[in-house]
Ligand binder design. Sequence first.
Ligand code: RIB
Ligand code: CA
Length: 343
Amino acid sequence: MRKLLFTLISTLSVLSNAQDRLPIIFDTDFAMPPQDDSLALMLALQSPELEIFGITTVAGNDSVERATSDVLRMLEIANQVDIPVYVGADMPLVHEVSDFAINNYGKWYSNESPPIPPGGFAMKQEEDDSAVSFIVQAVMENPGEVTIVALGPLTNIAQAIRAKPEFATNVKQLVIMGGAIASLPDGAGNITPNAEFNFWVDPEAARVTLRSGIPIELSPLNVSRKSALTKDWYEKMVAEDNALTALLVETLGERFEQSPEQTWYMYDQIAVAGLIDPTLVTTKSLYVDVNIDHGISYGVSVGGKNVWPGAEGAAQMNVQYDLDWTRFIEMFIERIQRPLPAR
Ligand code: RIB
Ligand code: CA
Protein backbone atom coordinates (compact mmCIF):
# COMPACT_ATOMS: atom_id res chain seq x y z
CA MET A 1 0.00 0.00 0.00
CA ARG A 2 2.86 2.44 0.80
CA LYS A 3 4.28 1.74 -2.62
CA LEU A 4 0.91 2.49 -4.25
CA LEU A 5 0.58 5.76 -2.32
CA PHE A 6 4.05 6.73 -3.45
CA THR A 7 3.12 5.93 -7.05
CA LEU A 8 -0.05 8.01 -6.74
CA ILE A 9 1.84 10.97 -5.29
CA SER A 10 4.33 10.74 -8.18
CA THR A 11 1.37 10.47 -10.49
CA LEU A 12 -0.16 13.65 -9.10
CA SER A 13 3.05 15.54 -9.68
CA VAL A 14 3.15 14.17 -13.23
CA LEU A 15 -0.36 15.58 -13.70
CA SER A 16 0.61 19.04 -12.55
CA ASN A 17 3.86 19.05 -14.55
CA ALA A 18 2.42 17.89 -17.82
CA GLN A 19 -0.80 19.81 -18.29
CA ASP A 20 -1.20 19.05 -21.93
CA ARG A 21 -0.48 15.32 -21.80
CA LEU A 22 -3.53 13.12 -21.41
CA PRO A 23 -3.08 10.81 -18.41
CA ILE A 24 -4.07 7.26 -19.30
CA ILE A 25 -4.24 3.82 -17.73
CA PHE A 26 -3.39 1.18 -20.34
CA ASP A 27 -5.39 -2.02 -19.64
CA THR A 28 -4.26 -4.88 -21.87
CA ASP A 29 -4.25 -8.59 -22.67
CA PHE A 30 -0.72 -7.99 -23.86
CA ALA A 31 1.57 -10.21 -25.89
CA MET A 32 4.67 -9.40 -27.90
CA PRO A 33 4.30 -8.60 -31.63
CA PRO A 34 2.69 -9.62 -33.89
CA GLN A 35 -0.05 -9.17 -31.24
CA ASP A 36 -1.84 -5.86 -31.74
CA ASP A 37 -1.71 -4.86 -28.05
CA SER A 38 2.06 -4.52 -28.29
CA LEU A 39 1.86 -2.30 -31.36
CA ALA A 40 -0.77 -0.22 -29.57
CA LEU A 41 1.57 0.17 -26.59
CA MET A 42 4.44 1.19 -28.87
CA LEU A 43 2.21 3.91 -30.32
CA ALA A 44 1.17 5.14 -26.86
CA LEU A 45 4.77 5.11 -25.55
CA GLN A 46 6.01 7.08 -28.56
CA SER A 47 3.24 9.71 -28.43
CA PRO A 48 3.90 12.81 -26.27
CA GLU A 49 0.17 13.58 -26.21
CA LEU A 50 -0.27 10.67 -23.79
CA GLU A 51 1.13 10.09 -20.30
CA ILE A 52 0.87 6.44 -19.23
CA PHE A 53 0.14 6.40 -15.48
CA GLY A 54 0.28 2.64 -15.28
CA ILE A 55 -0.29 -0.54 -17.23
CA THR A 56 -2.75 -3.15 -15.98
CA THR A 57 -2.78 -6.68 -17.39
CA VAL A 58 -5.68 -9.07 -17.92
CA ALA A 59 -6.19 -12.59 -19.30
CA GLY A 60 -7.35 -12.57 -22.92
CA ASN A 61 -5.14 -13.23 -25.90
CA ASP A 62 -3.12 -15.37 -23.49
CA SER A 63 -2.81 -15.83 -19.72
CA VAL A 64 -2.37 -12.85 -17.42
CA GLU A 65 1.07 -14.23 -16.53
CA ARG A 66 2.14 -13.97 -20.17
CA ALA A 67 0.57 -10.53 -20.53
CA THR A 68 2.58 -9.34 -17.54
CA SER A 69 5.85 -10.99 -18.46
CA ASP A 70 5.72 -9.67 -22.03
CA VAL A 71 4.72 -6.12 -21.09
CA LEU A 72 7.52 -5.84 -18.51
CA ARG A 73 10.00 -6.83 -21.20
CA MET A 74 8.47 -4.43 -23.72
CA LEU A 75 9.01 -1.53 -21.31
CA GLU A 76 12.67 -2.48 -21.07
CA ILE A 77 13.02 -2.63 -24.85
CA ALA A 78 11.32 0.79 -25.15
CA ASN A 79 13.48 2.30 -22.35
CA GLN A 80 10.37 3.18 -20.31
CA VAL A 81 10.93 1.13 -17.17
CA ASP A 82 9.53 3.85 -14.89
CA ILE A 83 5.97 3.01 -15.94
CA PRO A 84 4.46 0.72 -13.27
CA VAL A 85 2.76 -2.57 -14.23
CA TYR A 86 -0.06 -4.09 -12.14
CA VAL A 87 -1.34 -7.64 -12.50
CA GLY A 88 -5.06 -8.01 -13.10
CA ALA A 89 -7.68 -10.73 -13.50
CA ASP A 90 -6.54 -14.21 -14.50
CA MET A 91 -10.05 -15.33 -15.50
CA PRO A 92 -13.28 -13.71 -16.71
CA LEU A 93 -16.01 -12.95 -14.15
CA VAL A 94 -18.29 -15.85 -15.12
CA HIS A 95 -17.24 -17.40 -18.43
CA GLU A 96 -15.79 -20.87 -17.95
CA VAL A 97 -13.37 -22.61 -20.24
CA SER A 98 -15.02 -24.86 -22.85
CA ASP A 99 -13.89 -27.06 -25.73
CA PHE A 100 -14.90 -24.21 -28.03
CA ALA A 101 -12.57 -21.83 -26.18
CA ILE A 102 -9.71 -24.33 -26.33
CA ASN A 103 -10.20 -25.04 -30.03
CA ASN A 104 -10.61 -21.44 -31.11
CA TYR A 105 -8.60 -18.25 -30.74
CA GLY A 106 -7.11 -17.06 -27.43
CA LYS A 107 -5.56 -18.66 -24.34
CA TRP A 108 -7.28 -16.69 -21.58
CA TYR A 109 -7.77 -19.90 -19.56
CA SER A 110 -4.15 -21.07 -19.94
CA ASN A 111 -1.96 -21.93 -16.96
CA GLU A 112 1.14 -22.63 -19.03
CA SER A 113 4.32 -20.83 -18.01
CA PRO A 114 4.90 -17.76 -20.16
CA PRO A 115 7.40 -18.21 -23.01
CA ILE A 116 10.70 -16.35 -22.86
CA PRO A 117 10.14 -12.95 -24.50
CA PRO A 118 12.64 -11.56 -27.06
CA GLY A 119 15.88 -10.78 -25.23
CA GLY A 120 14.89 -12.85 -22.16
CA PHE A 121 12.66 -12.30 -19.15
CA ALA A 122 12.62 -8.72 -17.86
CA MET A 123 14.59 -7.60 -14.83
CA LYS A 124 11.77 -5.12 -14.16
CA GLN A 125 9.15 -6.44 -11.74
CA GLU A 126 5.41 -5.90 -11.48
CA GLU A 127 4.06 -3.80 -8.57
CA ASP A 128 2.70 -5.43 -5.40
CA ASP A 129 -0.76 -3.88 -5.66
CA SER A 130 -3.45 -5.38 -7.84
CA ALA A 131 -4.65 -3.86 -11.09
CA VAL A 132 -8.08 -3.14 -9.63
CA SER A 133 -6.63 -1.43 -6.56
CA PHE A 134 -4.40 0.74 -8.77
CA ILE A 135 -7.18 1.64 -11.22
CA VAL A 136 -9.60 2.65 -8.45
CA GLN A 137 -7.08 4.69 -6.50
CA ALA A 138 -5.57 6.43 -9.52
CA VAL A 139 -9.04 7.53 -10.63
CA MET A 140 -10.28 8.52 -7.17
CA GLU A 141 -7.12 10.54 -6.45
CA ASN A 142 -7.50 12.39 -9.78
CA PRO A 143 -11.26 12.86 -10.25
CA GLY A 144 -12.28 13.59 -13.82
CA GLU A 145 -8.67 13.46 -15.06
CA VAL A 146 -7.89 9.86 -15.98
CA THR A 147 -8.73 8.17 -19.28
CA ILE A 148 -8.70 4.37 -19.35
CA VAL A 149 -7.76 2.61 -22.56
CA ALA A 150 -9.10 -0.96 -22.36
CA LEU A 151 -7.76 -3.29 -25.04
CA GLY A 152 -8.70 -6.71 -23.71
CA PRO A 153 -11.59 -8.37 -21.87
CA LEU A 154 -13.13 -5.82 -19.49
CA THR A 155 -12.70 -7.90 -16.33
CA ASN A 156 -10.46 -5.42 -14.47
CA ILE A 157 -12.66 -2.48 -15.40
CA ALA A 158 -15.88 -4.19 -14.27
CA GLN A 159 -14.23 -5.14 -10.97
CA ALA A 160 -13.12 -1.53 -10.45
CA ILE A 161 -16.67 -0.32 -11.16
CA ARG A 162 -18.06 -2.80 -8.63
CA ALA A 163 -15.37 -2.05 -6.04
CA LYS A 164 -16.28 1.62 -5.54
CA PRO A 165 -19.69 3.15 -6.28
CA GLU A 166 -18.19 6.60 -7.04
CA PHE A 167 -15.54 5.20 -9.38
CA ALA A 168 -17.54 5.41 -12.63
CA THR A 169 -18.46 9.07 -12.22
CA ASN A 170 -14.81 9.99 -11.66
CA VAL A 171 -13.36 8.46 -14.84
CA LYS A 172 -12.77 11.09 -17.53
CA GLN A 173 -13.28 8.68 -20.42
CA LEU A 174 -13.03 5.00 -21.27
CA VAL A 175 -11.82 3.96 -24.71
CA ILE A 176 -12.64 0.33 -25.43
CA MET A 177 -11.54 -1.94 -28.24
CA GLY A 178 -14.39 -4.40 -28.29
CA GLY A 179 -17.65 -5.48 -29.84
CA ALA A 180 -19.04 -5.55 -33.35
CA ILE A 181 -22.13 -3.62 -34.33
CA ALA A 182 -24.36 -5.40 -36.85
CA SER A 183 -26.44 -2.28 -37.56
CA LEU A 184 -23.30 -0.62 -39.04
CA PRO A 185 -21.21 -1.88 -42.01
CA ASP A 186 -18.66 -4.68 -41.35
CA GLY A 187 -20.33 -5.71 -38.09
CA ALA A 188 -19.82 -9.51 -38.04
CA GLY A 189 -18.08 -11.15 -35.09
CA ASN A 190 -14.58 -12.64 -35.13
CA ILE A 191 -14.85 -15.41 -32.53
CA THR A 192 -18.49 -16.49 -32.95
CA PRO A 193 -20.59 -15.40 -35.96
CA ASN A 194 -21.66 -12.19 -34.21
CA ALA A 195 -19.43 -11.81 -31.12
CA GLU A 196 -16.10 -10.01 -30.99
CA PHE A 197 -13.27 -11.69 -29.02
CA ASN A 198 -12.79 -9.25 -26.08
CA PHE A 199 -16.53 -9.03 -25.34
CA TRP A 200 -17.04 -12.78 -25.84
CA VAL A 201 -14.28 -13.70 -23.37
CA ASP A 202 -15.98 -11.70 -20.61
CA PRO A 203 -19.52 -10.72 -21.64
CA GLU A 204 -20.65 -10.04 -18.07
CA ALA A 205 -17.78 -7.61 -17.54
CA ALA A 206 -18.54 -5.91 -20.86
CA ARG A 207 -22.17 -5.43 -19.86
CA VAL A 208 -21.32 -4.01 -16.43
CA THR A 209 -18.81 -1.65 -18.03
CA LEU A 210 -20.99 -0.42 -20.89
CA ARG A 211 -23.87 0.23 -18.48
CA SER A 212 -21.68 1.97 -15.86
CA GLY A 213 -22.29 5.56 -16.96
CA ILE A 214 -18.59 6.18 -17.75
CA PRO A 215 -18.29 8.27 -20.96
CA ILE A 216 -17.27 5.65 -23.54
CA GLU A 217 -15.67 5.71 -26.96
CA LEU A 218 -16.10 2.25 -28.48
CA SER A 219 -13.70 1.00 -31.15
CA PRO A 220 -15.42 -2.12 -32.51
CA LEU A 221 -14.52 -4.50 -35.33
CA ASN A 222 -16.38 -2.25 -37.79
CA VAL A 223 -13.56 0.32 -37.66
CA SER A 224 -10.79 -2.31 -37.36
CA ARG A 225 -11.97 -3.65 -40.72
CA LYS A 226 -11.12 -0.31 -42.37
CA SER A 227 -7.44 -1.10 -41.76
CA ALA A 228 -5.19 -3.15 -44.04
CA LEU A 229 -1.58 -3.68 -43.01
CA THR A 230 0.29 -4.89 -46.10
CA LYS A 231 3.91 -5.91 -46.69
CA ASP A 232 4.51 -2.50 -48.32
CA TRP A 233 3.39 -0.63 -45.20
CA TYR A 234 5.38 -3.03 -42.99
CA GLU A 235 8.52 -2.35 -45.03
CA LYS A 236 8.04 1.40 -44.65
CA MET A 237 7.53 0.86 -40.91
CA VAL A 238 10.83 -0.94 -40.41
CA ALA A 239 12.86 1.22 -42.83
CA GLU A 240 14.32 3.17 -39.86
CA ASP A 241 16.25 1.28 -37.21
CA ASN A 242 15.48 1.54 -33.50
CA ALA A 243 14.74 -1.02 -30.78
CA LEU A 244 11.02 -1.06 -31.63
CA THR A 245 11.40 -1.53 -35.37
CA ALA A 246 14.08 -4.17 -34.72
CA LEU A 247 11.55 -6.04 -32.55
CA LEU A 248 8.98 -5.78 -35.34
CA VAL A 249 11.44 -7.24 -37.85
CA GLU A 250 12.18 -10.10 -35.44
CA THR A 251 8.55 -10.91 -34.64
CA LEU A 252 6.49 -9.70 -37.60
CA GLY A 253 8.91 -10.07 -40.50
CA GLU A 254 8.34 -13.81 -40.93
CA ARG A 255 4.60 -13.27 -41.29
CA PHE A 256 5.17 -11.08 -44.35
CA GLU A 257 7.89 -13.37 -45.74
CA GLN A 258 5.53 -16.33 -45.61
CA SER A 259 2.40 -14.51 -46.86
CA PRO A 260 3.55 -11.45 -48.86
CA GLU A 261 0.10 -10.89 -50.38
CA GLN A 262 -1.83 -11.08 -47.12
CA THR A 263 -3.22 -8.00 -45.35
CA TRP A 264 -3.78 -7.80 -41.60
CA TYR A 265 -6.25 -5.86 -39.49
CA MET A 266 -5.13 -3.46 -36.80
CA TYR A 267 -7.39 -3.40 -33.73
CA ASP A 268 -6.06 -1.95 -30.48
CA GLN A 269 -3.80 0.49 -32.34
CA ILE A 270 -6.87 2.33 -33.68
CA ALA A 271 -8.30 2.79 -30.19
CA VAL A 272 -5.05 4.48 -29.11
CA ALA A 273 -4.75 6.52 -32.33
CA GLY A 274 -8.25 7.94 -31.85
CA LEU A 275 -7.09 9.46 -28.55
CA ILE A 276 -4.03 11.04 -30.13
CA ASP A 277 -5.92 12.42 -33.14
CA PRO A 278 -9.73 12.07 -32.96
CA THR A 279 -10.05 13.23 -36.60
CA LEU A 280 -8.64 9.86 -37.74
CA VAL A 281 -11.92 8.12 -36.90
CA THR A 282 -15.57 8.80 -37.63
CA THR A 283 -18.06 8.06 -34.88
CA LYS A 284 -21.77 7.76 -34.38
CA SER A 285 -23.69 8.02 -31.10
CA LEU A 286 -25.45 4.72 -30.38
CA TYR A 287 -26.91 2.82 -27.45
CA VAL A 288 -24.81 -0.33 -27.08
CA ASP A 289 -25.47 -3.37 -24.90
CA VAL A 290 -24.05 -6.88 -24.58
CA ASN A 291 -25.88 -10.20 -24.46
CA ILE A 292 -25.09 -12.34 -21.40
CA ASP A 293 -27.53 -15.22 -22.05
CA HIS A 294 -25.53 -18.42 -22.34
CA GLY A 295 -26.92 -19.27 -25.76
CA ILE A 296 -26.00 -18.68 -29.38
CA SER A 297 -25.56 -14.94 -28.89
CA TYR A 298 -23.38 -15.02 -25.75
CA GLY A 299 -21.09 -11.97 -25.83
CA VAL A 300 -22.75 -10.33 -28.83
CA SER A 301 -22.91 -6.54 -28.73
CA VAL A 302 -25.93 -4.77 -30.19
CA GLY A 303 -26.06 -1.08 -31.08
CA GLY A 304 -29.04 1.06 -32.00
CA LYS A 305 -29.98 4.72 -32.43
CA ASN A 306 -32.70 4.34 -29.80
CA VAL A 307 -33.21 2.01 -26.85
CA TRP A 308 -35.09 -1.17 -27.84
CA PRO A 309 -37.07 -3.63 -25.67
CA GLY A 310 -34.68 -5.52 -23.41
CA ALA A 311 -31.99 -2.83 -23.60
CA GLU A 312 -33.63 -0.31 -21.25
CA GLY A 313 -30.45 0.03 -19.17
CA ALA A 314 -28.18 0.48 -22.18
CA ALA A 315 -26.00 3.60 -22.35
CA GLN A 316 -25.27 5.90 -25.26
CA MET A 317 -21.67 6.08 -26.46
CA ASN A 318 -19.49 7.17 -29.39
CA VAL A 319 -19.00 4.24 -31.72
CA GLN A 320 -16.14 4.38 -34.23
CA TYR A 321 -17.13 3.04 -37.64
CA ASP A 322 -14.78 4.61 -40.17
CA LEU A 323 -11.06 5.35 -40.36
CA ASP A 324 -8.78 7.53 -42.46
CA TRP A 325 -6.49 4.56 -43.06
CA THR A 326 -3.67 6.34 -44.90
CA ARG A 327 -3.33 9.13 -42.34
CA PHE A 328 -3.56 6.59 -39.52
CA ILE A 329 -0.82 4.28 -40.82
CA GLU A 330 1.45 7.19 -41.75
CA MET A 331 1.08 8.60 -38.25
CA PHE A 332 1.67 5.14 -36.73
CA ILE A 333 4.87 4.63 -38.73
CA GLU A 334 6.18 8.11 -37.96
CA ARG A 335 5.64 7.56 -34.20
CA ILE A 336 7.21 4.09 -34.13
CA GLN A 337 10.31 5.41 -35.90
CA ARG A 338 10.92 8.28 -33.45
CA PRO A 339 14.08 7.99 -31.36
CA LEU A 340 13.51 6.22 -28.05
CA PRO A 341 14.16 7.95 -24.72
CA ALA A 342 17.74 7.64 -23.54
CA ARG A 343 18.42 5.03 -20.86
O1 RIB B 1 -11.12 -8.68 -31.47
C1 RIB B 1 -9.93 -7.97 -31.44
C2 RIB B 1 -9.36 -7.94 -30.04
O2 RIB B 1 -9.08 -9.26 -29.65
C3 RIB B 1 -8.09 -7.15 -29.90
O3 RIB B 1 -8.06 -6.51 -28.65
C4 RIB B 1 -7.01 -8.19 -30.04
O4 RIB B 1 -5.94 -7.99 -29.15
C5 RIB B 1 -7.72 -9.50 -29.92
O5 RIB B 1 -7.14 -10.53 -29.46
CA1 CA C 1 -6.14 -6.78 -27.09
